[in-house]
Ligand binder design. Structure first.
Ligand code: C2E
Ligand code: MG
Ligand code: MG
Ligand code: MG
Length: 285
């Protein structure tokens, strides 16, 4: 009986794996179609210096715009394809779209640095820096300093030496690198010494609860202190209320991003937003 059960189990696993494989194949087919039809689109979320209320940049965030008008968030499809070669194609597409948008805004007189999120797989894939260089060359009017990449703090932990080399080469191109979701990745602190990144982005979970949770407040303060000590710039994600902004300014973190400033928006809406946005009371120093 036990033998029989074992065999059934193997069959069950095979069936399950086959089903997952079929789903992945279908998803990739759908995403390729969406890419072709320009239904993979970037939304942009502004980054603001809360002390001066100047807009200092925008982050590009991928969305899949379905034919029925619904938007699929990146967390619903990117994780499924991250180990598939197609994810590299998506990554290249995102970089290309962002560069083309920077150029288009430049032509409208809007100079706005744009950051894109880069997965660990993409960052550490053979030829990433060469491909980035090629894409930058295709947009000669866009300065490399107007383009930034964000990598998850956790992405660099496993292969820190490789990651450090790639980041160093991005920096040599003039592209700055942020460590995203900082504080969630359990990095050893000497890691900060070894990664030539320029910006720490405080994860939104700490910002959300810092005013009622002492531990989160301590983490926010700790990250700001580390940034200062190691010479990083610091950005707070998830600024949802003017009060959170005020607290962050007080703590010495001046750049913020979050629903309290703006939700990610289609590129076409950004110029209008820039013209009409009002800085919350209490942010000017
Ligand atoms: P992330 O880079 O940490 O981006 C911040 C996420 O938090 C975004 O979700 C954004 O819409 C959301 N957010 C911004 N402000 C607030 C706020 O005040 N409150 C709350 N609750 N949320 C806020 P989104 O767009 O769903 O992206 C999720 C993650 O997917 C991103 O996290 C990033 O890691 C990844 N991602 C997005 N676009 C790309 C891409 O083009 N390539 C790769 N590899 N990853 C991407
Ligand atoms: Mg990000
Ligand atoms: Mg983040
Ligand atoms: Mg995140």
């Amino acid at each position: 009986l036990s033998k029989r059960k074992g065999r059934d189990q193997v069959n069950w696993f095979d069936a399950e794996r086959e089903r997952e494989q079929t789903q992945l194949t279908q998803l990739i087919k759908d995403l390729k179609g969406a890419m072709h039809r320009q239904q993979l689109v970037l939304y942009y979320q502004p980054k603001v210096d809360m002390r001066t209320c100047r807009i200092v940049g925008a982050e590009a965030l991928l969305r899949w715009q379905r034919a029925d008008g619904s938007l699929v968030p990146p967390g619903d499809f990117l994780p499924h394809i991250e180990n598939h070669p197609f994810s590299i194609e998506v990554g290249d597409y995102v970089i290309n779209q962002a560069l083309s948008q920077i150029e288009a805004w430049q032509q409208q007189g809007i100079e706005l640095p744009v950051s894109v999120n880069v997965s660990a797989q993409q960052l550490l894939a053979e030829g990433f820096v060469e491909s980035l260089q090629r894409q930058l060359n295709r947009y000669p009017k866009v300065a490399a300093s107007a383009f930034e990449i964000e990598i998850l703090e956790s992405a660099a932990i496993g292969k820190i030496d490789e990651a450090a080399k790639v980041i160093e080469r991005c920096k040599a191109l003039g592209v700055s690198v942020s460590l995203d979701d900082f504080g969630t990745g359990y990095a050893a602190l000497d890691y900060l010494k070894r990664l030539p990144a320029q910006v720490l982005k405080i994860d939104q979970s700490f910002v959300r609860d810092m005013q009622r949770d002492d531990a989160d407040m301590a983490i926010v303060k700790g990250i700001i202190g580390l940034a200062r000590a190691f010479g990083f710039d610091v950005i707070a994600e998830g600024v949802e209320t003017p009060e959170q902004g005020r607290v962050l300014i007080e703590l010495g973190c001046y750049v913020g991003q979050g629903y309290g400033i703006a939700r990610p928006m289609p590129a076409a809406e950004l110029p209008q937003w820039l013209n009409t946005w009002k800085c919350p009371d209490g942010w000017h120093s």
